[in-house]
Design a protein around this ligand. Structure first.
Ligand code: EPU
Length: 425
C-alpha cells in the first residue's frame, strides 16, 4: 500500500518530457491483434495498465515483449488466437474491452468479461453492442461475460449512428469494421487524438479509412491487415496535468513532446486564469506569476474540455481567486473526489453534474484517498499548494496513468516522497 507524502508550498520550475498516451497505447496493443506477425509500438508508457494489457494479449496467445527502458512493446501475434478475455484482467482494467473488436474481426467471436461499474460511473457498453449487432453480430450476456458472435460469413458493413461520440464504441467499431465486408460508416464518431492515432496505425496496416479526425468515419473492409511499426501520440492528459501544476504552484514548466493543439481549450482556460503560455511544434511552456483566477469549465467529447482534466481544474479552482462552475457531462461519479478534496478545506458544492467551487487563499494538508487516476492527480496537486503535509493514499490508481509521478515532481522542486505503509488488513 503506497502513499505519497507531500509538503505543500514549492513553486514547480523546470522541464518535463511527456511520453505516449495511455489511452492510445493500450488500444494500439489491441489493434496489433488484427494482423498475424510482429508489430512494434513505440512510446508505450511504463504504467501498470500496460502490464495488464500485455498479460491479456499473452493469454490470447500472443508473445509480448515490453522494454521499459525504450518504452517499446513488441507483439507477436499467431495465426490462431483465443477469443476470451477473463474477468480477473478485465476487472483490473476497463480498457480490456479494446480487444472486443479485434477478437470478433479475427476469430468471429469474443467472450469478454463485463467490466461492471467503476469508481467514475456506470460506463455502459450498449453502443458497442448495438453497432456490432447492426453489422450482423449477435450479443448475449452469459455468466458475467459479453458473448458476441459474428455470422459464419463474417460482419457486414453498414451505417452506424452513435447516440453519443463514445471513445470506446468508436474504437470497437473501427477495429471490427476494417476487415468486414463492404463499407461501414461510423456517424457521430469520437475524434479524440487517440482515435486518430488508432486510425493512422490501422491505415499503415492496410486498412481503408476516410474522414480520420472527423465525426464521420468511412471504413472500407479489406481482406486482411499486415503487422506494422508505430509510435504512440503524446499523452495530452499528462501534458495538461503538468500545465495545471505550473499554474497552481505559480511555477514555470516547459513540457517537451506535449502537443498544445490537443489541449487548445484547457490551455485557453489556463490563460484566462492568468498563466502565460508559449507553444511551438513539439512542446509548450506554462508560466504563472499570480494566484490563479477562477475559471468555469464544461467537459465534453473532444475537441471539448477533457473530462480527464476536470479534477485537476477543480483543484486549481479550489485555491483560485473567485468562484467557478464546473459541469461534468461524461462521468457522473467523477465528483466523488470532491469529498476527498474537502478534507483539505476546499469549498465545493455539487448538485448533479455541476460543482460550484469557491476559491480559498489556502488549503490545509490532510490524509486523503485517490479514487481514480485523475482524482489522484487532483489531490496531489492540491497537496502541493496546501499548508503542511498531505498524505495521498491508494496511489496505485495514479500509477495506472503516470510514470513515476513523484520522481518527476521532485525534479521540479516539489517535496514529495513515496512510502509503503503496512496494510493493517
Ligand atoms: N457510454 C455508454 N454506452 C457505451 C459507451 C459509453 O453509455 O456503449 C457512456 C459512458 O458510460 C460514459 C460516456 O459514454 O458516460 C463516455 O464514454 P466513452 O466510451 O467515451 O469513454 P471510455 O472509452 O469508456 C475513454 C478513456 C477515459 C476518458 C473517456 C472520455 C480509455 C481507456 N478511457 O473511456 O479515460 O475519460 O474515454 O474521453 O481510453 C482516464 O484515462 O482516466 C479515463 C477514464
Amino acid at each position: 500500500m503506497d502513499v505519497f507524502r507531500v509538503q505543500g508550498g514549492a513553486r514547480l520550475v523546470g522541464e518535463v518530457t511527456v511520453t505516449g498516451a495511455k489511452n492510445s497505447s493500450l488500444k494500439l496493443m489491441a489493434v496489433a491483434l488484427l494482423a498475424p506477425g510482429r508489430t512494434t509500438i513505440h512510446a508505450v508508457p511504463h504504467i501498470l495498465d500496460v502490464t495488464i494489457m500485455a498479460e491479456l494479449l499473452r493469454r490470447l496467445g500472443c508473445g509480448v515483449d515490453y522494454d521499459a527502458a525504450t518504452e517499446t512493446a513488441v507483439i507477436d501475434v499467431p495465426e490462431h488466437i483465443e477469443h476470451r478475455a477473463d474477468y480477473d484482467l478485465v476487472r483490473r482494467m476497463r480498457a480490456s474491452i479494446a480487444v472486443l473488436g479485434p477478437l470478433i474481426a479475427r476469430t468471429g467471436s469474443a467472450d469478454v468479461a463485463l467490466p461492471g461499474g467503476d469508481a467514475i460511473g456506470s460506463r455502459g457498453l450498449d453502443m458497442h453492442i448495438a453497432g456490432l449487432e447492426r453489422m450482423g453480430a449477435t450479443a448475449t450476456s452469459e455468466h458475467g461475460y459479453l458473448v458476441v458472435q459474428a455470422p459464419a460469413s463474417g460482419l457486414t458493413g453498414t451505417h452506424v449512428y452513435l447516440d453519443f461520440p463514445s471513445v470506446g464504441a468508436t474504437e470497437t467499431l473501427l477495429m471490427a469494421s476494417v476487415t468486414a465486408h463492404g463499407q461501414t460508416i461510423i456517424d457521430n464518431a469520437a475524434r479524440e487524438p487517440e482515435i486518430v492515432d488508432i486510425c493512422q496505425m490501422l491505415i499503415k496496416m492496410g486498412a481503408q479509412i476516410e474522414g480520420v479526425g472527423t465525426s464521420l468515419l468511412t471504413v472500407t473492409g479489406v481482406e486482411s491487415l499486415a503487422p506494422t511499426e508505430h509510435t504512440t501520440v503524446p499523452d495530452r492528459i499528462v501534458a495538461g496535468s503538468w500545465a495545471v501544476a505550473a499554474a497552481m504552484t505559480q511555477g514555470d514548466i516547459t513540457i517537451h513532446h506535449g502537443n498544445a493543439a490537443h489541449l487548445a481549450i484547457a490551455l485557453e482556460k489556463l490563460a484566462t486564469a492568468g498563466a502565460e503560455i508559449d507553444s511551438w511544434d513539439g512542446g509548450f511552456r506554462v508560466t504563472m506569476n499570480q494566484r490563479p483566477k477562477a475559471v468555469d469549465i464544461v467537459t465534453l467529447p473532444y475537441p471539448g474540455f477533457a473530462t480527464d482534466l476536470q479534477p485537476q481544474f477543480i483543484a486549481m479552482n479550489a485555491i483560485a481567486d473567485g468562484t467557478a462552475m464546473v459541469t461534468e457531462n461524461l462521468f457522473e461519479a467523477r465528483f466523488r473526489f470532491v469529498q476527498e478534496l474537502s478534507r483539505l478545506g476546499a469549498e465545493v458544492r455539487t448538485d448533479g453534474h455541476h460543482a460550484l467551487v469557491r476559491g480559498k487563499q489556502t488549503l490545509s494538508g490532510a490524509p486523503v484517498e485517490a479514487t481514480d487516476i485523475r482524482a489522484g492527480l487532483g489531490l496531489v496537486l492540491a497537496g502541493l499548494v496546501a499548508q503542511g503535509e498531505t498524505i495521498v493514499h491508494c496511489v496505485d490508481h495514479i500509477d495506472r496513468g503516470y510514470v513515476r509521478l513523484e520522481e518527476q515532481l521532485a525534479a521540479l522542486g516539489a517535496a514529495i516522497v513515496r512510502e509503503t505503509i503496512p496494510d493493517l488488513g
